[in-house]
Design a protein around this ligand. Structure first.
Ligand code: NAP
Ligand code: G4F
Length: 324
């Protein structure tokens, strides 16, 4: 009988890690999750599947921990989703962001090269690499112009992935994913901040929402749709780079309008502009061309922008009602 495939996910406690773990379990994989040590457990997003996965302690800052993890568990696929992923924090902690989000990728790749270079590798690259965009829409060949220490770190992560592919013949893939959201999104990201606030205001728990730039535009998709693209990349005969996006862009203002509108409120009565949430350098417009992923991987998003906003607002209302 064929052995089940075994995948290791770094960042399994994050938004994408939890959806990817669910997806791989449904495909019959053994799933191993790397978790970093913390003083309290942080398993909210994976509690419902905790019994089905194996959790192992390791850290992107510590290459030996990853070498040992690979030696002891022998995965056939590694998905590197771990990162300091919040753009705003990357200005306050640029060196830490570089250590984790940039050099962390080299540590994982090098651990794979040492233990078993046949392991297939996925790197969570980002549309933030396009930053001050030089082409609309952005595709794999669009030059990078990152606008934050986070974006700069992701450019490094992308190129070191390409370099290990070319230097060692590794099946190393870079998924250039545009923003993807869900009810599991961290509360500091703008979409969840808005849906959580709309729900809190509707339930009488808050009176206002303080935001930064309402005019920036993002290509927002649903995280549950995007993890399938990660997996598809590792099932191809040849490794590559793939833009994963919906192809449509919306403003933060429009997101507010829909989220508040969903609970019968007008965002203009509650949103207050606050300088603290403005960025030193902004990414004004992102919109992706995912033709390559659609043609080569056969991938396409299933969830519309309107359905995504509705799903997130309803989940936040349900969550707050349970907590009351
Ligand atoms: P997330 O929710 O912030 O999750 C990040 C994960 O990384 C968490 O599990 C976190 O662990 C882990 N982590 C952070 N530092 C670590 C370290 N030193 N060692 C081990 N683990 C560490 O991010 P996400 O939204 O799921 O995104 C997943 C990946 O895709 C990230 O690399 C992100 O930069 C990238 N990306 C995301 C998007 C998007 O729109 N979501 C788009 C493009 C690319 P703790 O739980 O312990 O903090
Ligand atoms: O939700 P955001 O913080 O996401 P951002 O910066 O686009 O980054 C996310 O997507 C990237 C892919 O392109 C990922 F690589 C990255 O890890 C992360 O998942 O901000 C979106 C926009 C920005 O233009 C920001 O200036 O919303 C604007 N914004 C306006 N007011 C705000 C706020 N963002 C946040 N977080 N909080 C605000 O109050």
């Amino acid at each position: 009988m064929a052995q089940p495939k075994r995948a290791l996910i770094t960042g399994i406690t994050g938004q994408d890690g939890s959806y990817l773990a669910e997806f791989l379990l449904a495909q019959g994989y053994d799933v191993i999750g790397m978790i970093r040590r913390s003083s309290t457990v942080n398993f909210e997003r994976i509690r419902h599947i905790q019994e089905k996965i194996t959790l192992i302690s390791g850290d992107l800052l510590d290459e030996v921990s990853m070498i040992n993890m690979l030696r002891e568990n022998r995965p056939t696929e590694v998905y590197n989703l771990a990162a300091q992923s919040f753009v705003q924090t990357s200005w306050a902690q640029p060196v830490f962001t570089g250590e984790t989000t940039a050099l962390g990728v080299t540590r994982v790749l090098d651990a794979i090269r040492i233990v078993d270079p046949d392991i297939r590798f996925y790197q969570a690259s980002s549309s933030e690499m396009f930053g001050k965009v030089v082409e609309v829409p952005q595709r794999e060949s669009t030059p990078f112009y990152p606008r934050s220490p986070y974006g700069v770190a992701k450019v490094y992560g992308h190129w070191i992935t390409v370099n290990y592919r070319e230097s060692y013949g590794m099946h190393a893939n870079s998924g250039i994913l545009f923003n993807h959201e869900s009810p599991r999104r961290g509360l500091e990201f703008v979409t969840r901040k808005i849906t959580n606030s709309a729900a809190r205001i509707k339930l009488g728990l808050d009176k206002e929402l303080r935001l930064g730039n309402l005019d920036s535009q993002r290509d927002w998709g649903f995280a549950g749709d995007y993890v399938k693209a990660m997996w598809l990349m590792l099932q191809q005969d040849q490794p590559g780079d793939f833009v994963v996006a919906t192809g449509q862009t919306q403003s933060v203002r429009r997101f507010c309008e829909l989220a508040f509108g969903h609970v019968g409120l007008d965002y203009r009565d509650y949103v207050v502009l606050d300088e603290r949430f403005m960025r030193p350098a902004e990414v004004d417009l992102l919109v992706g061309d995912s033709s390559n992923a659609r043609e080569v991987l056969g991938w396409q998003p299933k969830t519309s922008f309107e359905d995504l906003v509705q799903m997130m607002v309803e989940a936040d209302i349900a969550l707050l009602k349970v907590k009351r």
